[in-house]
Design a protein around this ligand. Structure first.
Ligand SMILES: *[C@@H]1O[C@H](CO)[C@@H](O)[C@H](O)[C@H]1NC(C)=O
Ligand SMILES: *[C@@H]1O[C@H](CO)[C@@H](O)[C@H](O)[C@H]1NC(C)=O
Length: 310
């Protein structure tokens, strides 16, 4: 691989607990192939498929498609943990999210929830200011301290944070969010940076290193709960600048970027578990439907083994 010594030395320095083979999780869509909301049966089959690789999934909203109500008990039953997204805009949606937390968290046990993530690229999209997001994170912490799980334990000590694009996190203007969040998840897509396969894994390492460095400096500690929130490579669709979707490129990115990053001890969520055939093209790219590690029918697209010995 083509990493410079500087990148690897810096990364080794940044990763306090170098527990090789860090955790792996998958971003999970909540709509079936025809665009309808997934049922408990759909989630059972999804998690049975994912369980060959991982036992944690991340979703973007708790109220949309009644995700927390339906997925929560299924995940718990299957021994999965969930990183639960909370969509903060507009206010009416944020209210529905808070209602869903209050209504359905008492029906599961808190060990099922890995973290609460307020906003997903909300700063990247300019949906809100950093101070507003920091205030929403604080509001969710406050809300959770008053909610008990099915065993009567408070959710108040489950981490609450956010997930955003690496370049937004390294922007000093957003430091308030990093300070307020218990956990930070950073997204980094070499594909959307238009990278060739020659540079895709280097670019990924460079992005994540910068995000980690900023978070550690801002927090004044290297003992932080950090995950990569989304990364991956599409298997079909249009080129984006110099980036080309294909199954072999996705497999190469898996081995050289995702496995390698986990080998350095960084927990990683892969975008995404399954192709989402219901999705429309966005920003002129037909790749949106083809990010799955598994096809929409849950068949696996390429080899997912990681060699952590090298
Ligand atoms: C609570 O979870 C159980 C499954 O464990 C489910 O059957 C029930 O419908 C859930 N209750 C609510 C209010 O969603
Ligand atoms: C490789 O990626 C790095 C980091 O994203 C970037 O600065 C550099 O310009 C890229 N190199 C090429 C040849 O594209």
């Amino acid at each position: 691989m083509k990493f410079t010594t500087t990148v690897l030395t810096s990364l080794a320095f940044l990763i306090a607990k170098s527990n090789a083979e860090a955790s792996l999780g998958f971003d999970l869509g909540v709509q079936a192939t025809d665009g309808s909301c997934k049922t408990a049966e759909d989630y059972k089959s999804d998690l049975d498929t994912i369980s060959s690789q991982a036992s944690t999934v991340k979703v973007y909203s708790v109220s949309s498609c009644n995700t927390l109500q339906i997925l929560g008990p299924v995940a718990e039953d299957k021994g999965f943990t969930i990183a639960l997204g909370i969509w903060p805009t507009p206010d009416s949606t944020f209210s529905s999210e808070k209602e869903a937390l209050t209504s359905y968290l008492p029906n599961i046990s808190k060990k099922t929830i890995q973290a609460f993530l307020v906003g997903s690229e909300a700063l990247y999209r300019n949906d809100m200011s950093a101070s507003q997001l920091a205030s929403d994170i604080s509001e969710i912490k406050q809300l959770l301290s008053g909610i008990k799980d099915k065993n009567g334990d408070s959710y108040g000590d489950v981490p609450v944070g956010t997930v955003d694009s690496w370049n937004v996190l390294v922007d000093g203007a957003n430091a308030d969010v990093i300070k307020t969040a218990d956990v930070i998840y950073a997204n980094a897509f070499s594909y959307w940076q238009g990278q060739t396969m020659n540079n895709a894994s280097f670019s990924f390492f460079d992005d994540i290193m910068q995000a980690l460095q900023t978070i550690q400096t801002t927090k004044g500690s290297s003992d932080i709960d950090f995950w990569i929130g989304e990364t991956g490579w599409p298997t079909e669709g249009d080129n984006f600048e110099s980036a080309t979707p294909s199954t072999s490129n996705a497999e190469q990115f898996w081995k050289e970027a995702i496995c390698a990053m986990r080998g350095w001890g960084v927990n990683t969520y892969v975008f995404e578990a399954f192709d989402e055939s219901w999705k429309p093209d966005s920003s002129g790219s037909s790749s949106e439907r083809h990010w799955g590690v598994w096809n929409a029918d849950r068949s696996q697209k390429y080899d997912l083994t990681c060699d952590f010995s090298s």
